[in-house]
Design a protein around this ligand. Structure first.
Ligand SMILES: Cc1cc2nc3c(=O)[nH]c(=O)nc-3n(C[C@H](O)[C@H](O)[C@H](O)COP(=O)(O)OP(=O)(O)OC[C@H]3O[C@@H](n4cnc5c(N)ncnc54)[C@H](O)[C@@H]3O)c2cc1C
Length: 426
């Protein structure tokens, strides 16, 4: 990041900054930054939100038509924020999940009805969720939303009990300054803010790529999702609207390059071989996109006046469908911690306040990262006796209601402390 004004002009202070500054400045207007802005504004905080891309670009790339699985806790979050009604009509409830291992015995079927819930999760379109959020953020009078606006530099200032973060950013070719009590870095997996702070980052490259697309199937999915474990990596098939299914297929990078450059018929045939015929023939495939699979962990996600959020704090492989669900649980906790700090007259960016937040989130984050990593690594080992043990484990989970209930609780996102934004509305 570079604080220098290229035109040699003095950066202009934002009007609201002159009137005492913002409670929170959020850098990054992806799904996490937008959700942070809306959650904090609804808790009564004045928010500045900056997104580097123009709204058109954001609509093309961030809010694409890929599918997202929303777990139970996250659904309550979106409901409590008032976002859920905008996506509910198109959301597909997952009535059951079928787990199997290619080429080995044993499968498990998890049914919502047997677990006493209406759905094991919901499948929504990322684009629809993003646009609903953006609309709410743009309409919220407590949020100053600027796009395209790119953070160029920041500094944390402490004077006595007070702590504030000074920002310099570019908005439509002009330099501006603003002040906030706390800075939330929702600036993605490569997080320039994390880099500037020099926070330790542990990255692991799985050496694989996830190929994502929608496929149409001969038989209706009837709300059933599938997780098929293969030595190359898991294949997830998610029930989607319009008789389509979301297809998330992880595979070695070279294989992905070949399949992405081939024609639809070749891709469909390979996908069919990998998944089998539980949904009949695959009849059509939509646009294919690919994501390199890696994991980023940041042990220390807070520093004085700054918190890392979303992909900046933890980037997970999409195969477990947990990245946004986990981020939403972080946001709910942060909104609660900041509300308590305000009630107790504490500075919002006080390191002790932010450390409390991180402590409250640590166990959930660690177990979610571990779960995703197990899916990627343990399930990819193909040497005897691992596949046989895996089959036995899958079979056991299918037969044991207690184990199923435990796995469901894990997937739904209810662990440890439950902040108000994650609780079902009364
Ligand atoms: C294929 C796929 C499938 C997935 N499926 C699921 C799922 O089913 N369920 C689930 O829970 N999660 C899922 N995820 C994960 C989920 O999509 C991510 O966790 C989430 O989108 C992370 O969003 P983010 O806002 O943290 O990051 P990003 O979307 O990367 O946003 C970061 C933003 O910051 C902006 N920015 C960066 N630097 C600056 C700057 N200096 N100034 C201003 N702005 C800046 C960027 O322009 C960008 O818009 C999936 C992910 C993938 C890739």
């Amino acid at each position: 990041m570079n604080a220098k004004n290229k035109n040699n002009q003095s950066p202009k202070p934002l009007p609201s900054a002159e009137a005492g500054g913002f409670d929170a400045a959020i850098v990054g207007g992806g799904l996490v930054g937008l959700a942070c802005a809306e959650a904090l504004a609804q808790a009564g905080f004045r928010v500045l939100a900056l997104e580097a891309r123009s709204p058109q670009l954001a609509a093309q790339s961030a809010y694409d038509d890929r599918t997202l699985v929303v777990g139970a806790a996250a659904r309550h979050f979106w409901q409590n924020l008032g976002i859920w009604p905008a996506v509910a009509a198109e959301a597909v409830p997952i009535s059951s999940v079928h787990v199997s291992q290619r080429g080995y015995f044993g499968s498990a079927l998890f049914r919502a009805s047997e677990l006493g819930v209406d759905a094991l999760g919901h499948v929504v379109e990322a684009r629809r969720l993003g646009l609903a959020l953006l609309k709410r953020v743009q309409e919220n009078p407590r949020i100053t939303w600027l796009s395209p606006a790119s953070l160029e530099d920041f500094s944390v200032r402490a004077t006595g009990e007070n702590l504030s973060v000074e920002l310099i950013f570019d908005h439509q070719g002009e330099k501006h300054t603003a002040r906030a009590s706390v800075l939330l870095a929702a600036d993605g997996a490569r997080s320039p803010i994390r880099e500037q702070l020099g926070l330790e980052t542990r990255s692991y490259d799985y050496g694989k790529t996830a190929v994502i697309c929608n496929v149409s199937t001969e038989k209706p999915h009837q709300g059933q999702a599938f997780e098929r474990l293969t030595p190359d990596g898991p294949v997830a098939v998610l029930p989607f609207r319009g008789g389509r299914c979301g297809f998330v297929w992880s595979m070695p990078r070279q294989q992905a390059e070949i399949l992405l450059s081939g024609d639809d018929a070749t891709f469909l045939q390979a996908a069919q071989e990998r998944f089998g015929y539980r949904l009949g023939r695959f009849t059509r495939v939509g646009k294919r996109s690919s994501y390199p699979l890696h994991r980023i962990e940041v042990p220390q996600q807070v520093s004085s006046g700054v918190v890392l959020m979303g992909n900046a704090a933890h980037t997970l492989s999409p195969v477990s469908a947990q990245g946004l669900n986990l981020a939403v649980r972080d946001i709910a906790q942060l909104a609660d911690t900041m509300t308590q700090a305000r009630t107790n007259g504490r500075a919002l960016g006080d390191l002790a306040v932010l450390a409390n937040y991180q402590q409250a989130r640590r166990a959930d984050q660690q177990s979610t990262v571990q779960y995703t990593d197990d899916l990627m690594r343990w399930f990819a080992i193909d040497a005897f006796p691992v596949p046989t043990l895996r089959s036995a484990a899958i079979l056991a989970s299918g037969l044991s209601p207690a184990l199923q209930a435990r796995l469901f609780r894990h997937g739904s996102g209810y662990r440890g402390q439950v902040p108000p934004l994650l609780r079902p509305a009364l």
